[in-house]
Design a protein around this ligand. Structure first.
Ligand SMILES: *Cc1c(COP(=O)(O)O)cnc(C)c1O
Length: 237
C-alpha cells in the first residue's frame, strides 16, 4: 500500500483519512491520536516522521526501543505495543507513555513491582483477542472484567483502556463487528463502577482497517505500513 508516497505524504494521507472518518460519524478529530508504528524502521525514518510533527511512536520489541531511545533523545511519546517478557520490563517502564499489550495478571504484577521500585505509576491497556483467533495474544472479552478487577488493586498500575489487533483482512468492513464489540466491552466495564477503573482509551485499527476503527470509536490508531511502507524482517541474531 502507498509504496510510492514519501513518509510525509503518507502521514498527511493517513491524517486526512482519520479526519474524514471522524466527520462521517460526527466525532471530534481531537479524540483520535495517530501512533506511527516504527518497529523495524531505522532512526532516519522516525526522524522524517518527527519532522512532520509526529510525536507518538509504537515499538514492539523492548531492546529495539532501548536502542532507538539511545539515539533519539527528543521527548517523544513511545508506546509499547508488543508482547512482553517480564525480564525486559526494565527497558519499558518509565520509558513509554503506555503499554498496550497486557494480557495476564502475572505480567501486570511484574509491571507493578518494577513501577513501585521506580516510584511511578504505569499506564496500561488490556489486550483483547476480540475475534478469538488461536494465533493471537490477548484475553477473551469474557475474561476482561475479572482481570481488570484484579489489576485494579495494584497501586502502581493504571488501566486506561483496551487494545486489540483485529483479524487480518482485505476487507476492513469485516472487522467492524469486532471494533463495535470492543467499544461495547469498554462501555460495559465502565458501567460497573469498579474502584480505580475508568477506561477512556480504545487502541484499535491498523493500516488495513483504521478508518473503520475510527468510525467505531478508536481513540488510538496504530499505523505502520501505511506510513513507513512494508517492513523487512531480518533474522534474529
Ligand atoms: C505492527 C503492528 C501494528 C502496525 O501494523 P500495520 O499493519 O503495519 O499498520 C499495529 N499494532 C501492532 C500491535 C503491531 O504489532
Amino acid at each position: 500500500m502507498q509504496e510510492t508516497l514519501t513518509i510525509k505524504e503518507a502521514i498527511n494521507d493517513v491524517s486526512q483519512r482519520i479526519m474524514s472518518a471522524c466527520k462521517k460519524v460526527g466525532r471530534n478529530p481531537d479524540e483520535v491520536t495517530l501512533i506511527a508504528v516504527s518497529k523495524t524502521m531505522p532512526v532516519e525514518a522516525i526522524r522524517e516522521a518527527m519532522a512532520c510533527g509526529v510525536i507518538e511512536f509504537g515499538e514492539n520489541r523492548p531492546q529495539e526501543l532501548r536502542d532507538k531511545q539511545a539515539v533519539i533523545t527528543e521527548p517523544l511519546h513511545w508506546h509499547m505495543i508488543g508482547s512482553l517478557q517480564t525480564n525486559k520490563l526494565k527497558y519499558v517502564i518509565g520509558k513509554t507513555v503506555l503499554i498496550h499489550s497486557v494480557d495476564s495478571f502475572s505480567l501486570a504484577q511484574a509491571i507493578e513491582e518494577v513501577s513501585a521500585k521506580k516510584e511511578l505509576v504505569t499506564e496500561i491497556l488490556l489486550e483483547i483477542n476480540v475475534a478469538g483467533e488461536a494465533t493471537k495474544h490477548g484475553i477473551s472479552p469474557e475474561e476482561a472484567e475479572i482481570l481488570i478487577r484484579e489489576i485494579a488493586r495494584l497501586p502502581h498500575v493504571k488501566i486506561r483502556g483496551l487494545m486489540t489487533v483485529a483479524p487480518y483482512t482485505e476487507n476492513a468492513e469485516e472487522n467492524r463487528i469486532y471494533f463495535k464489540k470492543m467499544k461495547q466491552l469498554m462501555v460495559d466495564i465502565n458501567s460497573k463502577n469498579i474502584d480505580n477503573v475508568y477506561m477512556d482509551i480504545l487502541s484499535m485499527g491498523m493500516t488495513g482497517d483504521y478508518e473503520v476503527a475510527v468510525e467505531e470509536g478508536a481513540t488510538l490508531v496504530r499505523v505502520g505500513t501505511g506510513i513507513f511502507g512494508h517492513r523487512v524482517y531480518l533474522p534474529k541474531e
